[in-house]
Design a protein around this ligand. Structure first.
Ligand SMILES: [Mn+2]
Length: 248
């Protein structure tokens, strides 16, 4: 039997038929399985339990979801802030810190990328449209999510370039009104939209963290660049897991 690696995905609470359900996006589950991973849901938002989950997993996928409560980066909420769940934020931030400390690769998607940045000391625009001092493109697209709508410029010589290729013509989907403001000192920008909105970040000193602001899980079945993000994540997970077991 091939060695398979376990990927933790935090669940958000969704009210379904008046019951609180722990919910993960099935496209992300399928993307992990597609590349040989074994996804496990993290169905609790208690930060004190996150150390146990990080010991169980080989990699961490941080999915899209609600806005990040601004108090985690030292701000009060503006009127345009959307739904936020401080317990989900606190447990996500804890997962990032623990995964970095234990050398478990992280793949951030949309909100997940914002959580990574906040966990590592960065800040966010709570709402780009009211807070950025320059024209901002449509980042909450009205087109179906599997369709790319705005282009990105991939920063030359970043790890992201190795995964999806360089240039300024990659089309991505977009479903966010928050975005990274101040980038964590531990991260490099790897992609920008044409209006300057940060669309990708990655760890500076290694390839432990890749975060994108778009939703590759909605595009990977028809777009090989987006599929490559899942493939690369599972390769990084295998590489770090092998390095860790060789140390023992
Ligand atoms: Mn966007």
């Amino acid at each position: 039997m091939d060695k398979k690696y376990t990927i933790g995905i935090p669940a958000e609470i969704r009210l379904i038929k008046d019951l609180e359900r722990n919910s993960v996006n099935n496209n992300e589950v399928a993307g992990v399985i597609q590349h040989g991973g074994v996804p496990i849901m993290i169905p609790t938002r208690n930060p004190e339990l996150m150390a146990h989950y990080v010991d169980l997993i080989d990699g961490l996928l941080l999915p899209g979801g609600p806005d990040v409560a601004p108090r985690f980066y030292g701000e009060e909420p503006v009127p345009e802030l959307g739904d936020a769940d401080a317990f989900l934020d606190a447990s996500g931030i804890e997962l990032v810190k623990l995964a970095v400390a234990k050398r478990k690769p992280i793949f951030g998607i949309c909100r997940g990328t914002q959580v990574i940045n906040v966990a590592l000391g960065g800040t966010l625009y709570q709402d780009m449209y009211s807070q950025r001092n320059r024209p901002t493109l449509q980042h909450f697209q009205k087109a179906p999510l599997p369709q790319g709508t705005h282009s990105i410029s991939v920063t030359p010589d970043r790890y992201l370039e190795k995964i999806i290729g360089g240039g300024d013509a990659t089309l991505v989907n977009s479903h966010h009104h928050e975005s990274i403001k101040a980038v964590s000192s531990q991260l490099n920008i790897s992609a920008l939209a044409k209006d300057g909105v940060i669309e990708g970040v990655e760890s500076k000193d290694d390839d432990l963290i890749i975060g994108v602001q778009w939703h590759p899980e909605a595009m990977y079945t028809t777009d090989s660049k987006q599929d490559a993000l899942f493939a690369d994540f599972m390769k990084r997970v295998a590489r770090y897991a092998r390095a860790t077991s060789a140390d023992k």
